[in-house]
Design a protein around this ligand. Structure first.
Ligand SMILES: Cc1ncc(COP(=O)(O)O)c(C=O)c1O
Length: 376
């Protein structure tokens, strides 16, 4: 059994992907070929955003979003510690400072109350001299953060909001698609993501014409009116034409795959929610997760270790996202972050089960049965 079975998906659409790749080989526009624009147009329409800008990875999408706001030394960005390193890494790469804010114990996403408290604490702390400019919220495991509350704070405090939607392309929040929920949204096409390519890739989404124009410039070395005029210090952040061609084929079956993920998540929840030692995911009203991961909470790390070993013996792969919250990572030691108890506790208890659209019903039954047996 695979944790994420990319081969099953490939066997379904392989010939279409080959046709698409052959078309790229025929036209030979490997850099910014027509498939890039086609993908951007399709994804912008799906998300309901004016601009979609294809980039080289989810990490670069986040970096470019911050570069749009000229983030640099002296600036600080509020973000969650319960995420993949890329979310905060890009802040440091620009010389700015991440300020970690604890997460909500039910959704595992950045807690709006904790954002308000952190802002007050920073402003009352005479040693804190940074200029807080924005918030990066993460839609963890495919579930959007609470953008209504986040935007309310951001408006009051004159902060921008970036949606790290690396895991949530395809999710919805109050009938709006993920990637349309902030000033700039960033997704990832890493192969294991709900919409994943066969290599690295990502996309920025925005309704703001200035941000869109600046992102397009920044991702080709700050290009100006022609190829060798440079109006910004930028990066090489383009998506490959080959990846766009693959993603176009994968996008055709994506809505159906979202429904399959949803059905699997429902079955897991039904099978596991009554167990006294398991907490299954809670999806608040008006939210729809895309189930990048299906993650349960166990009582503690000992129970998790025991269960993971048991499942491993039965050839059921599991994963832990994330075993060390970012504020406790050696790379962020110099920040001397305060303890963030919710994130710390989650990192001890969380465990993800196999999740992909081609997980058979018999496999789902076997996993549910084994999880229950393995805890007992
Ligand atoms: C929450 C989050 N942010 C950012 C990224 C970075 O995306 P990429 O791997 O495409 O650079 C990831 C990918 O793993 C992620 O899960």
């Amino acid at each position: 059994m695979q944790f994420i079975d990319l081969k099953a998906q490939q066997s379904r659409i392989r010939s279409n992907i080959e046709t698409r790749l052959n078309q790229v080989l025929d036209h030979g526009q490997y850099i910014l070929g027509p498939e890039i624009k086609e993908l951007e147009n399709k994804l912008a329409e799906y998300v309901g955003c004016k601009h979609a800008i294809a980039v080289s990875s989810g990490t670069d999408a986040l970096l470019l979003a911050l570069m749009c706001y000229d983030i640099g030394p002296g600036d600080a960005i509020l973000t969650t510690p319960f995420t993949f390193i890329a979310t905060a890494e890009v802040i440091c790469l620009l010389g700015a400072t991440p300020v970690f804010v604890d997460v909500d114990p039910i959704t595992y996403n950045i807690d709006p109350h904790a954002i308000e408290k952190t802002l007050t604490d920073c402003r009352n702390d005479s040693d804190f001299t940074k200029n807080i400019r924005g918030i990066i919220a993460v839609d963890l495991f495919g579930l959007p953060a609470d953008y209504t509350a986040i935007h309310q704070i951001a408006r009051q405090q004159d902060l921008f909001v970036i949606e790290d939607a690396a895991q949530s392309f395809g999710a919805t929040y109050h009938e709006k698609q993920s990637c349309s929920l902030a000033d700039i949204a960033c997704t990832s096409f890493f192969p294991a993501k709900p919409l994943g390519g066969y290599g690295d890739g990502g996309m920025c989404f925005t309704n703001n014409d200035d941000h869109a124009a600046k992102t397009r410039s920044l991702l080709v070395h700050g290009q100006g009116s022609h190829r060798y005029e440079h109006i910004h210090i930028g990066i090489n952040g383009r998506l490959d034409t080959f990846q766009a061609a693959i993603l176009l084929e994968k996008f055709d079956i994506f809505p159906e795959e979202c429904l399959l993920r949803q059905a699997i998540a429902e079955k897991y929840t039904l099978g596991l929610r009554n167990h006294p030692s398991i907490t299954t995911p809670t999806i608040p009203e008006h939210y729809q997760s895309v189930w990048a991961q299906y993650s349960i909470l166990l009582n503690d790390s000992n129970q998790r270790e025991h269960l993971q070993k048991y499942l491993n013996e039965k050839n059921i792969p599991t994963a832990i996202y994330y075993p060390i919250p970012l504020h406790q990572q050696p790379a962020f030691k110099a920040l001397h972050s305060k303890p963030l108890p919710v994130s710390e506790r989650l990192s001890q208890r969380i465990m993800s089960l196999p999740m992909h659209p081609y997980l058979k019903e018999s496999q789902q039954d076997m996993i549910i049965k084994a999880v229950i047996e393995g805890i007992a």
